[in-house]
Structures are given as structure tokens and as C-alpha cells.
Write a protein that binds this ligand. Structure first.
Ligand code: NAD
Length: 375
């Protein structure tokens, strides 16, 4: 399917019958969860544990799940000093926060009380931070996460969703779009760790009592209580907004993008999807309509900021170049992004024009994954 920027390609929407079947299937799944998960444990409702739920994507997911009526418990070590991002949730009686290190698996046990499902978002996220802190990255992203997956076994959990990344595809030289079967070529310690954890989860699949699901997220954009300006769309938008010369490396390289609110919706959909559709499955998470080159993002920004200076350079240090197929998530879960990259640019420009992010240069680590305090 062609992905013209900002415009959704003509698509076959699920027909009415399929949609009804979908609704029935979701109801049947809710009944299964009541019978097989809640009643045997004497619980009234689902409680979702978000490990790393105070981060950029985790905050939006929290808002989405609370809106949908779920109980949410977040454990997070707040490694960027960003606790303020969750203060808005604290007054909600369905929300709880605990500051814990996922590496200390034993101390996490109490956080599992009455939890039915887990979403694993925590870690050192992105190539630069894993390269800057290789020991912490290995301890958290690889050893800690692997131990945690093992530890979750035996707690009578329902679904455990591991958030992975489309960066696992690395470099696709011929321009084809990677589906979930595509060869993984992780090019950084960050992606190598994600592939190692995916492999581990698929290896232990038959031995564990929970239902694992792997979501390979596209690169995120959009506003969130924990804002990140070290990601392409937000970085480009802010740099061009403030009028500093934007240096763009390898403008023709492709990457898929997805709005944080769409990620939130998708995770909720996976939590509610019939087991036979998601159990043990890997999904690329995003939408073909948001496959963009850096040049296409700059073109969108130039429509809005025609005088912003931009310089292009070849042979940057990041060789990643991948287009991704989101056919599986669209066909099996009927998931489509509601927000495009231009929507995200407009949303962020409105916030910048309102003066919301005048302190980004002064508080670099707060707004991006650059520096951590970790033992
Ligand atoms: N942001 C993206 O573009 C993107 C793209 C693909 C995949 N992902 C995945 O989505 C997930 C969330 O990404 P994000 O952008 O929200 O990142 P983020 O850095 O904003 O959030 C990560 C969170 O994990 C927490 N954390 C780190 N180490 C911890 C530890 N030892 N114990 C407990 N908490 C710890 C951090 O404090 C932070 O709140 C990650 O798994 C990431 O790999 C993100």
C-alpha cells in the first residue's frame, strides 16, 4: 500500500459483519478473563502493571487505560528525574505509583499483588543512551528484563506485553517493507537487547503460565506529560520552530512513525483482543501511512515554517533505513493510526507557539534520553 505523506491511502475498512464479529470476540474475551483470570483469584477488575509507565509512551498509555476504566499501577525508577510527569495521575483512585528498579526482581514481587496483566516499557531507550551507559544498559535492558520475564511466571497473570522496536530491522537496502517475518538486523546495543529479549520470550513461551505478546513499536511522536525532544519528529519540529539551522543526515532514509496516543489505543486493543489472535504473536505496531523519509518530514515542516534553515548531509552515524509493513496489525486487530506525522507536527507547533517548551535547552536530560543516575 502506498503511503503518501499525511494522506491515508484508500483502504478497505473491515466490513460490518467483521466489525460485529470483532465486538463479539472482544466481549467473549472479557468473559474469558472474568472466568479464567479474575474469579479464580477473587478479583473484581483487571489491574494493569506498567513497568516503565512514567516514560514518554507510558504516560500516554496510563491516560488511555485510566480513561477506559482500568486499574493502573506503574513501577518506574524515574531515571531522568521526571517524576513530575505522573503527578496528574496521582489523584485518580485507580492509579498507583511505585519507584522501583526492575533489576531488583525480588522487590518487584509486591508490586504484582492483584495484577492481572503487565506491559513492559522500561529500559534505557534509544541508541545514544545505551552507548553512553553500556553497563547499565546490559544490566537493565538485557539481564534485568530477562530475569523479570522469568519472574513473572507463576503469578497467574493473563497477558504480558513486551514493547520492542522496529529498529530491530536495521538496514533494508532494497526499500522493501519489513513484515514480522523479515530478517532482523539490529545495528545498535539497544536493538540487539530488544532482539535478545524477544528471542528469550519466544523460547520460554511453552513453559510460562502467562500469554506473551510482542509489539515492535515504530518511532514515537506526539505530546506526552514526559516529553522527549530527542526523537526525529519532535526534534526537527522544535529546531525549525526556534530557527536554529537543522542538520539532517541521510535525508532519504525511511522510518515508520506512530503517535503516542495511537500506541495507547493499540496496547488497550491487545489487552482486549481474543487470545487466539494475540497469544505468542509478534506485531509491528504502527501504520503504513506513517512510513516517512526524513526529507518527507522536512517537507511537511517547510510548508509550515518556510524560512527555517535546513542543511543536508550524507553518511551520518546512524545507518538505519527501514520501511515497515503494518498489514498484520491492521488485518488481525483492525488497528489503524488516527494521527499522521503532519498531525503530530501541528500539535507540537501549537504547543511551541503557546510557549510550553521554552526550557528544553536548559533541561536537556529532562526532555531527552541523555544522562541518567544509575548505581
Ligand atoms: N520512543 C520511541 O520512539 C520508541 C520506539 C520504539 C520502541 N519504543 C519502546 O517503547 C518503550 C517506552 O519508550 P519511551 O520512549 O517511553 O522511553 P522513556 O525513556 O521515556 O521511558 C522509559 C522508562 O523506563 C524507566 N526505567 C528505565 N530503567 C528502569 C529500571 N531499571 N527500572 C524501572 N524503570 C526504569 C525510565 O525511568 C522511563 O520512565 C521502550 O521499551 C522503548 O524501547 C520506543
Amino acid at each position: 500500500m502506498s503511503a503518501e505523506p499525511g494522506r491515508r491511502a484508500e483502504r478497505l475498512l473491515p466490513n460490518e459483519e467483521a466489525a460485529v464479529t470483532g465486538q463479539e470476540a472482544v466481549l467473549a474475551e472479557a468473559n474469558r478473563v472474568r472466568r479464567a483470570v479474575l474469579q479464580p483469584r477473587g478479583l473484581d477488575e483487571r489491574r494493569i502493571l506498567l513497568v516503565g509507565g512514567a516514560g514518554y509512551i507510558g504516560c500516554e498509555l496510563t491516560a488511555q487505560l485510566l480513561d477506559a476504566g482500568y486499574q493502573v499501577r506503574t513501577v518506574d525508577l524515574l531515571i531522568y528525574g521526571h517524576g513530575v510527569a505522573v503527578t496528574g495521575f496521582l489523584r485518580n483512585p485507580h492509579y498507583e505509583f511505585r519507584r522501583l528498579d526492575l533489576v531488583a526482581t525480588e522487590t518487584l514481587s509486591s508490586a504484582l499483588d492483584d495484577v492481572t496483566d503487565v506491559v513492559l516499557l522500561a529500559g534505557l531507550v534509544g541508541d545514544p543512551i545505551t552507548k553512553a551507559y553500556p553497563r547499565a544498559a546490559e544490566a537493565i535492558n538485557v539481564d534485568g528484563m530477562r530475569r523479570l520475564l522469568d519472574h513473572l511466571n507463576g503469578h497467574r497473570l493473563n497477558k504480558v506485553i513486551f514493547i520492542s522496536t522496529c529498529s530491530n530491522y536495521g538496514l533494508i537496502p532494497d526499500g522493501s517493507a519489513a513484515d514480522e517475518e523479515f530478517e532482523l538486523r539490529p545495528l545498535s546495543p539497544y536493538a540487539v537487547a530488544k532482539v535478545a529479549i524477544e528471542d528469550h520470550l519466544l523460547e520460554i513461551k511453552e513453559e510460562i503460565d502467562y500469554h506473551p505478546v510482542i509489539l515492535r513499536f515504530a518511532t514515537a511522536f506526539g505530546l506526552s506529560p514526559r516529553m522527549r525532544f530527542d526523537l526525529t519528529v519532535s526534534e526537527f519540529t522544535r529546531e525549525m520552530f526556534v530557527g536554529r539551522e537543522l542538520l539532517v543526515f541521510d535525508a532519504e532514509t525511511w522510518r515508520p512513525y506512530c503517535h503516542v496516543r495511537d500506541f495507547g489505543r493499540l496496547v488497550q486493543q491487545v489487552l482486549e483482543a481474543p487470545l487466539e489472535i494475540v497469544d505468542g504473536e509478534v506485531f509491528n505496531a504502527g501504520d503504513d501511512v506513517n512510513n516517512y523519509t526524513k526529507q518527507m518530514i522536512v517537507d511537511q515542516l517547510r510548508l509550515r515554517l518556510p524560512h527555517a534553515p535546513v542543511r543536508f548531509q550524507e553518511h551520518g552515524s546512524d545507518p538505519r533505513n527501514y520501511r515497515v509493513s503494518f498489514a498484520k496489525v491492521r488485518e488481525r486487530l483492525h488497528f489503524e493510526s488516527e494521527l499522521t506525522v503532519p498531525d503530530g507536527i501541528d500539535e507540537l507547533l501549537t504547543a511551541l507557539e503557546a510557549g510550553l517548551f521554552g526550557d528544553v535547552d536548559a533541561r536537556r536530560s529532562f526532555y531527552g534520553n541523555y544522562e541518567i543516575e544509575y548505581p
